[in-house]
Design a protein around this ligand. Structure first.
Ligand code: ATP
Length: 437
C-alpha cells in the first residue's frame, strides 16, 4: 500500500463502520479482514469480543456453511439470500445478503458480504395483528397457560391503575401485543398509541419526541426495548418522561431481560427503570408455557380461515409433538413466522404434516427428542438403522461440545483452550447449533 492509500485508511475505516449495512469481507484464504460495526450489531457480538481482532480471524466458518466461502470457491456472486435467525443475544434478525467475489487484475483476491437488516420491515409486513386493522385488544391474546392468564389479568389491572408499566420478556413473547392491549383497555379511551422503536442509535431520537407526539391530546407512548438504547439516550428519555408525566398520558416500556442483570451490566439506566417499575409484568418465554403453543396454532388458523378462507385447520399429531418438544428461542414470533411460511405454500391441505415443515425448521427441531443424546448413540449398532452421516456428525458435535462445556463449568475460554480452537470459533459453533442456522 503506498503512502497516500495509507492516509486514506482511517477514512475507509470510518465509512465502513458508519455504514447502515453489515459488511464482512474475507481475503482469498477465507480470513476475515473486515467486520464492521453494523455486522457486529446484526450478529449480536459485543465490542470487546471483537476488540483488536476486528479484522482478523473472527470466525472459522465451515466451508459449506458460509456464503462467503462458497463465493470464494465458485467466483460467482450470490444475491438476495434471505436469512432469518436468532442471534446470540436472542434477537430475531432477518437479513438479505449479497455476496460478491472481488478480483484484481483477473485474480480472485477475496469476497465481500453485504447484509441488509430487514427485521423491522419484515415485522411490519408479516405482523398479522398489524395487518388486521382492528385495534389490538386482550381478546387477541392467546392465554391458555396459567402464566399467560396471570399476565392478562395483571395487564388489565395496569390499564385501570394508569401508572407507567414495564413489560419484561424475551424477544417475541408478546410485549408489544400486551402494551397495545393495555392502551385499548384504558377508560376513558386514550388518544393515539405511539411506539418508540429503541433499536436505533439516532442521537436526535428523543429530542424529536416533542414534535412527533401531539402533546396537546392524551396519548400512550410505548418505548419498545429501552435496554437497546444507549445510556445517554436513556438519560434523555428519562428527562423527557419526567417533564411530560401528567394525567391522560400513559407510558409503557419493554425490556428483553431481567432488569437487575441489565442494570448490573450497564445496559439499563436505574432511574429509567424506577420510572416504569411501578407496574411490572413479566412474560415467560414460550418454552416455559407450552400450553400456549397449540392454542396459538388453533387461533392462528381460525383467524386465517375467517380472513382468507384458507383450508388449513391444524397440524398432525407428529407435528404437534415436535412443536411441543422444540424450545422456540424466538418465542411466539418464531411460531407465527413458521405458520405464515407454511400457510403461504399450502394449497388444498387441511392439516400441516411433517413433510410440509420447511427444511430449516426440520433441521433445527430434529434430534430434540425427550431422551438426550448419549455416548452410546454414536456406536454403530447392527440392530439399529444407521443415521445419515450429516445428522450423525451434527449430533456428535453437539454432544461433544455440550460435554466439554459442562466439564469446564460453561466457561467459553477454558473450553475453547481444551478443544484447541479459538473462543470465537467455539462461540460460533454453539450459536449455530442453538439457532439451527
Ligand atoms: N399470547 C399471544 N397471543 C397471540 N399472539 C401473540 C402472543 N404472543 C405473541 N404474539 C404474536 O407474536 C408476535 C410477536 O409479538 P410481539 O411483537 O408483541 O413480541 P415482543 O415481545 O414485543 O418482541 P420484541 O421484544 O422483539 O419487540 C406478534 O405478531 C404477536 O401478535
Amino acid at each position: 500500500m503506498n503512502n497516500s492509500n495509507k492516509n486514506l485508511f482511517p477514512l475507509y475505516e470510518f465509512a465502513v463502520n458508519r455504514a447502515g449495512v453489515g459488511i464482512h469481507a474475507v481475503d482469498h484464504t477465507g480470513r476475515t479482514v473486515i467486520y464492521n460495526d453494523k455486522m457486529k450489531a446484526i450478529e449480536g457480538l459485543e465490542l470487546e469480543e471483537v476488540g483488536d481482532r476486528s479484522i482478523l480471524e473472527l470466525f472459522n466458518f465451515d466451508q459449506e456453511e458460509s456464503t462467503l466461502l462458497k463465493v470464494l470457491q465458485s467466483g460467482t456472486e450470490q444475491l438476495n439470500v434471505k436469512q432469518t435467525y436468532w442471534n446470540r443475544k436472542g434477537h430475531e434478525i432477518t437479513t438479505i445478503n449479497d455476496t460478491y467475489p472481488v478480483f484484481r487484475e483477473g485474480e480472485l483476491v477475496g469476497a465481500v458480504e453485504i447484509a441488509r437488516d430487514v427485521t423491522a420491515l419484515e415485522r411490519f409486513v408479516l405482523h398479522p395483528l398489524r395487518k388486521n386493522s382492528d385495534p389490538v385488544t386482550f381478546n387477541q391474546v392467546v392465554a391458555a397457560s396459567d402464566e399467560m392468564k396471570t399476565v392478562v389479568t395483571t395487564a388489565r389491572k395496569a390499564s385501570g391503575a394508569k401508572l407507567p408499566v414495564l413489560l419484561i420478556g424475551e424477544s417475541g413473547t408478546g410485549k408489544d401485543l400486551i402494551a397495545e392491549s393495555i392502551h385499548n383497555e384504558l377508560s376513558p379511551a386514550n388518544g393515539p398509541f405511539y411506539t418508540l422503536h429503541c433499536h436505533q442509535s439516532d442521537a436526535a431520537l428523543i429530542d424529536r419526541l416533542d414534535e412527533d407526539l401531539n402533546m396537546s391530546e392524551p396519548f400512550t407512548l410505548f418505548c419498545e426495548r429501552i435496554d437497546l438504547l444507549s445510556i445517554s439516550l436513556q438519560q434523555n428519555l428519562f428527562a423527557f418522561l419526567k417533564n411530560s408525566s401528567q394525567p391522560g398520558r400513559q407510558f409503557i416500556a419493554s425490556i428483553g431481560d431481567d432488569p437487575v442483570a441489565l442494570i448490573a451490566k450497564g445496559s439499563l439506566l436505574k432511574d429509567l427503570y424506577y420510572f416504569f417499575a411501578s407496574f411490572t409484568i413479566r412474560i415467560s418465554p414460550l418454552r416455559k408455557r407450552k400450553e400456549d403453543i397449540l392454542s396459538f396454532v388453533t387461533t392462528y388458523f381460525a383467524r386465517r380461515k375467517e380472513r382468507f378462507g384458507t383450508s388449513l385447520t391444524g397440524v398432525t399429531k407428529e407435528v404437534e409433538e415436535l412443536f411441543l418438544r422444540y424450545d422456540w428461542p424466538g418465542n411466539m414470533r418464531e411460531l407465527e413466522f413458521l405458520l405464515d411460511e407454511i400457510s403461504s405454500l399450502a394449497t388444498t391441505e387441511t392439516v400441516i404434516t411433517y413433510e410440509m415443515l420447511p427444511l430449516h425448521f426440520r433441521l433445527k427441531s430434529d434430534g430434540m427428542g425427550d431422551t438426550p443424546t448419549q455416548a452410546v448413540d454414536f456406536i454403530v449398532n447392527p440392530e439399529k438403522e444407521l443415521m445419515p452421516l450429516d445428522r450423525y456428525l451434527k449430533e456428535a458435535e453437539e454432544y461433544y461440545l455440550q460435554k466439554a462445556m459442562k466439564l469446564h463449568d460453561d466457561n467459553i475460554t477454558k473450553t475453547a483452550n481444551a478443544l484447541g480452537m479459538s473462543r470465537q470459533n467455539l462461540q460460533y459453533r454453539l450459536r449455530k447449533l442453538k439457532n439451527g442456522r
